[in-house]
Write a protein that binds this ligand. Structure first.
Ligand code: SAH
Length: 343
């Protein structure tokens, strides 16, 4: 049986028609699921018993359970979900002054084994279905302390462009006025640099934000930090980003973790500014490295972080500094992993 949250509104209308039901009921069902967070057909009280039975015969609704919920002292909340096949995934709710960002996973585990990220440590399990992606958003919206989810970022576990179709299906539902109604510009897809995915995304006609996890301005350093760089090296990646910008007229954000002694010297800032200097519509988001047990990475001293940022700004490059959130619950960037089950 298909999970009903796999379906777009139009697909649900068609499915209802095929079952001899009135298609306009689809909007009502969407409203129960997405506007009220009701994941139980029996609680959809304005639907006839006959329709509820049809739904139960044809669809499942809730697919996984909340295995654990952790609250950080800074308001960040981390959810550990157990999927039907017992795989575990994580999602994080990050409230800030004027927004609540939901950070969601696109895969159980990750193939890409970046040299600073806990998510790659347990290896790759499988792609998430679009329903499993959407259900994270439902729980973040309806089961977290900060309910008014305003932004969604694909910065949890996994590589969204390696699970392209399911991620895009989920993006359209997150964006849809009949479902979550979160503006495309408030949805960020973050990639370790899969060029074919970037090319495909540029042709979708979507206004989503694209983030590229760059982390180095030379291939030698990036090869060790982001091993997929050996397949999609920096010059080709930067060319793909330029094409993306000219095709979409949208900005690309380059994520850059600052790791002491690896990529955070002023010379690295210089290389980065030269590389991005002629790219209009881009910005750099600097992230002081968060601690991860297995990697001996440490962030630079604050003065060096600020010097790196200021150097970029002096060169005319928009650069921001990301404040780590939820470090105490292992919920910060790069700290999501599968093994939390037994913690
Ligand atoms: N695979 C995608 C989505 C994961 S996003 C991608 O690579 O973009 C995860 C973000 O957290 C990326 O920007 C990643 O580089 C960053 N990150 C991973 N480990 C980190 C760490 N230890 N400290 C800070 N940021 C980290």
């Amino acid at each position: 049986m298909k999970n009903i949250i796999e379906l777009s509104l139009k697909e649900l209308e068609e499915a209802l028609t095929a079952e001899g039901q009135e298609p306009f009921r689809a909007k009502q069902i969407f409203s129960w699921i997405y506007k009220k967070g009701v994941l139980d057909f029996d609680r959809m009280s304005d639907l006839s018993v006959d329709l509820r039975d049809t739904l139960k015969e044809n669809f499942t609704l809730s697919g996984f359970k909340i295995a654990k919920k952790l609250q950080s002292s800074d308001g960040t909340e981390k959810f550990l979900f157990e999927l039907e096949d017992k795989n575990l995934i994580e999602a994080v709710s990050i409230p800030a002054a004027s927004r609540v960002t939901g950070c969601i996973s696109s895969q159980a585990g990750c193939k890409y084994a970046c040299g600073f990220c806990a998510s790659g440590k347990a290896g790759f399990k499988r792609n998430l279905t679009s329903a499993e992606i959407i259900e994270q958003v439902l729980h973040l919206k309806y089961d977290s302390a900060a309910k008014d989810l305003t932004h969604v970022v694909f910065m949890g576990t996994g590589e969204p462009l390696d699970n392209y179709d399911n991620v895009l299906r989920a993006v359209r539902l997150i964006n849809s006025p009949d479902a979550f109604n979160i503006g495309a510009r408030r949805i960020t897809i973050s990639t370790c640099g899969l060029i074919p995915g970037i090319e495909r995304l540029s042709k979708e006609g979507l206004q989503v934000e694209l983030s590229v996890s760059l982390h180095a301005a030379d291939d030698k350093t990036r090869d060790t930090l982001v091993p997929v760089n050996k397949i999609y090296p920096i010059p080709a990646l930067i060319a793909a980003c330029k094409d993306y910008i000219s095709l979409t007229d949208r900005q690309v954000t380059f994520e850059y973790i600052l790791i002491d002694g690896v990529n955070s010297a002023l010379q690295n800032a210089r290389d980065l500014s030269i590389m991005l200097g002629n790219m209009h519509l881009c910005k750099v988001n600097l992230i002081p490295a968060n601690p991860v047990e297995e990697f001996s990475i440490v962030p630079p001293q604050e003065a060096q972080v600020l010097a790196f940022r200021d150097y970029l700004i002096d060169q005319g490059i928009t650069a921001t500094l990301r404040k780590p959130r939820g470090v105490d619950i292992q919920g910060a960037c790069g700290q999501l992993r599968l093994k939390n089950a037994d913690k």
